[in-house]
Design a binder for this molecule. Structure first.
Ligand code: FMN
Length: 364
């Protein structure tokens, strides 16, 4: 049953989360991708147009290794944004994700803001999204997971791990003790691929190894370098500001493990699929991620910006243009390295050097 106040709170939060990254600078101060240099090859002997960008994503073929990361759902404006993103993803045959489906579970009036994605994108892979807080709850019901899958006919589910975000937001959920037990029940009852997804604070190696063994089918590393959820919460000016002498959301703004480091950590202990998200801004960043061992590059902030522009023009032009730009940059990058396919770049240590802070982080 919908709980009116709770559902109104979630809706208000959803719209603030959309607007704050567009109106303020809530990006992490350091983007570690700039410390990775790909090796240039002055006389490419491969045909530019024949470079193969296609990839397989859990049995569906996509045109390029690009994922529209989880952004939204649960508000009428979210419905418009999700419709734009899903239409553009379908047209360009890349991966689409919805934001946390909690709002749709708690209030059926908000279901259409998620359902719209499958309605306009019948063919592409769509990733569903449920939170660590929900899965770890004492009241967690197994059917809720199935409801999320059915809501969008999800091909894959992501469980987002957002502990810092929960910690710094008003009424955040900070107990994850039941996570393992509840996840095991999910694993035993659902065959759908499930990935563990961070939201901008990254993965350490130890947890990646545990989650791999626990039965996750892949990772979205969501490291630092891009959108900072703590920075978003500090702009929402929540109750912590009055309770403490310093705003925890501001103090923890830069907390976390950089995206490139997270990719390396996860790849060290798992052969499963990796989506690199957190601070990717160009097709060069996709190539850098793949060279480090990732399979797919994920983007939230870039597509939030393009979809917001499209919403004003009632089109999908900017989002399609952004996807095509990423593909062109990725193809250009491979050509300039004389690499004819993603497989010939993936995890290839001789294709890049690591400098600066990233080097220092790795060689502690
Ligand atoms: C407005 C906004 C809302 C988001 N909501 C979710 C969410 O509901 N679930 C989730 O797993 N990640 C969510 N994220 C995190 C992104 O999927 C991504 O991991 C993070 O923003 C880092 O990528 P970026 O630097 O390209 O923005 C959200 C990000 C933004 C900007």
């Amino acid at each position: 049953m919908p709980k009116p106040n709770q559902s109104r709170d979630i809706m208000d939060r959803k719209i603030e989360h959309l607007k704050i990254p567009l109106e303020y600078d809530v990006q992490h101060l350091k983007n570690y991708f700039n410390d990775i240099k790909l090796i240039h090859y002055p006389i490419p002997d491969i045909d530019f147009e024949e470079i193969d960008l296609t990839a397989n994503f859990f049995n569906k073929k996509i045109s390029a290794p690009i994922c529209i990361s989880a952004i939204t759902g649960g508000h009428p404006v979210s419905k418009e944004i999700n419709e734009i993103l899903a239409k553009a993803a379908e047209q360009e045959n890349i991966i689409m994700s919805v934001g946390s489906q909690r709002a749709g579970i708690e209030d059926p009036a908000l279901l259409d803001s998620f359902q719209v994605t499958r309605k306009v994108a019948p063919n592409i892979p769509i990733i569903g999204n449920i939170g660590l807080g929900q899965v770890s709850s004492q009241d967690f019901e197994l059917e809720t997971f199935g409801d999320c899958i059915d809501m969008i006919q999800a091909d894959i589910m992501a469980i987002h791990l957002n502990t810092l975000h929960e910690l710094v937001q008003d009424k955040g959920d900070i107990s994850s003790k039941l996570f393992r037990i509840n996840f095991q029940k999910i694993r035993e009852n659902y065959e759908i691929p499930i990935i563990a997804k961070e939201v901008g604070t990254g993965f350490n190696q130890h947890l990646a190894e545990i989650l791999d063994k626990l039965g996750f089918d892949g990772f979205d590393v969501g490291g630092t370098g891009g959108t900072s959820f703590a920075a978003i919460e500090s702009k929402r000016n929540n109750f912590n500001n009055q309770r403490y002498s310093r705003d925890p959301a501001e103090v923890f703004r830069e907390w976390g493990i950089p995206t490139p480091i997270s990719v390396i950590y996860v790849r060290n202990v798992s052969q499963k699929l990796i989506i690199a998200t957190g601070g990717l801004r160009t097709g060069i960043d996709i190539a850098r991620s793949i060279a480090l061992g990732a399979d797919i590059g994920g983007f939230a902030y870039s597509f939030l910006k393009s979809a917001w522009k499209d919403r004003k023009n009632k089109s999908i032009t900017n989002t399609v243009k952004e996807i095509r730009t990423l593909k062109h940059e990725l193809r250009s990058c491979l050509w300039l390295m004389n690499v004819n396919s993603l497989n010939n770049l993936k995890g290839k240590r001789d294709k890049y050097v690591i400098l600066g802070d990233l080097y220092r982080w790795l060689h502690q």
